[in-house]
Design a protein around this ligand. Structure first.
Ligand code: GUN
Length: 292
């Protein structure tokens, strides 16, 4: 079993990004600039956004944080988005999800200029992704593709089962794995809460990508010998007191599944770190106007 080491891969890819950012600074006198908009104080979102900002600094980007109380109106948020769309000093920006219930995430996503949509959530970017055109790819699926590529894991012709059909992970992941590209060219089954016989479907999988948000959901009896298992789960348990006040669990019963696998990602230290690298890569692409 080989551990897919998100720490190692992300550090390697960040070195490359830092080199390109330094070249850009040398040539143009400016750094790539990412803005994150954070509404409210959800514990997970706070941690993720802080990490995104910290990583920007590490690779030589400029980063800015715009914070709102969770009582902010949808109109005020949309007006800020309009301002960021027009601000030529901003290369890319993200609005951290989830948003409070009174704000429509679809409206927010569509309000972002697709040329600055470094989360890759705008329908134009998703449509271009599906058609294999240059675009910002959603960070987590993109990070998983970078991980597969780094380890040279063959995906063409493989049975790939994606568990979970969320807009930000499962659904775009299934499109990327099925695309005529490398990595890609897999035979993809996208499973969800209404799927029947999930266990039998997973048993046929060469690659399992678990993005369901339930601790220990993927058990050893669901996984065939020699499978590749990618765990996207970020399940926080506050009852397990650690220094940071919570412990992170994936969607996979790692201890029992890992011995059967050819490759597996740990949680933490796997996909999460790759997600941030993808965001950095997209921000650099935005600054270089690689796509639009
Ligand atoms: N919430 C969970 N993952 C993400 C992400 O990749 N981007 C944003 N904006 N919000 C998230």
């Amino acid at each position: 079993m080989t551990l897919l080491d998100g720490k190692h891969v992300s550090e390697e890819l960040k070195k490359q990004i830092a080199t390109e950012a330094a070249e850009m600074l040398e040539k143009t006198g400016r750094k790539p600039h990412l803005v994150a908009v954070l509404v409210g104080n959800d514990g997970g979102s706070e941690t993720y956004v802080a990490s995104k900002m910290r990583n920007c600094e590490k690779v030589g980007f400029k980063s800015s944080l715009v914070r709102y109380d969770d009582t902010v109106t949808e109109a005020a948020l949309l007006s800020k988005i309009e301002e960021l769309n027009k601000d030529s000093s901003v290369d890319g920006f993200i609005v951290q999800l989830p948003l409070p219930k009174h704000i429509d995430p679809e409206k927010v996503t569509e309000a972002i200029d697709y040329r600055k949509d470094v989360d890759g959530f705008h329908p134009i970017n998703l449509g271009r992704m599906q058609r294999n055109l240059p675009c910002f790819l959603p960070a987590t699926p993109f990070g998983i593709m970078l991980m597969l590529q780094f380890y040279g894991i063959e995906t063409a012709g493989k049975n790939c089962v994606v568990i979970g059909r969320s807009n930000i992970v499962g659904s775009p992941m299934s499109i990327l794995m099925a695309r005529n590209a490398n990595p890609g060219n897999a035979t993809v089954t996208l499973t969800h809460s209404r799927t029947q016989n999930l266990k039998e479907i997973c048993q046929k999988a060469d690659i399992i990508i678990a993005a369901i948000g339930k601790k220990n959901f993927v058990t050893a009896d669901m996984v065939k010998e020699g499978a590749v298992v990618i765990d996207v789960g970020m399940n926080r348990e506050t009852s397990d007191k650690t220094k940071s006040g919570y412990k992170l669990y994936g969607d996979v019963d790692f201890d029992n599944v890992a011995p059967k696998c050819a490759y597996i990602t740990p949680v933490p230290g796997g996909v999460g770190l790759m997600t941030i690298v993808s965001l950095l890569r997209n921000t650099l692409s935005a600054a270089k106007k690689e796509f639009y």
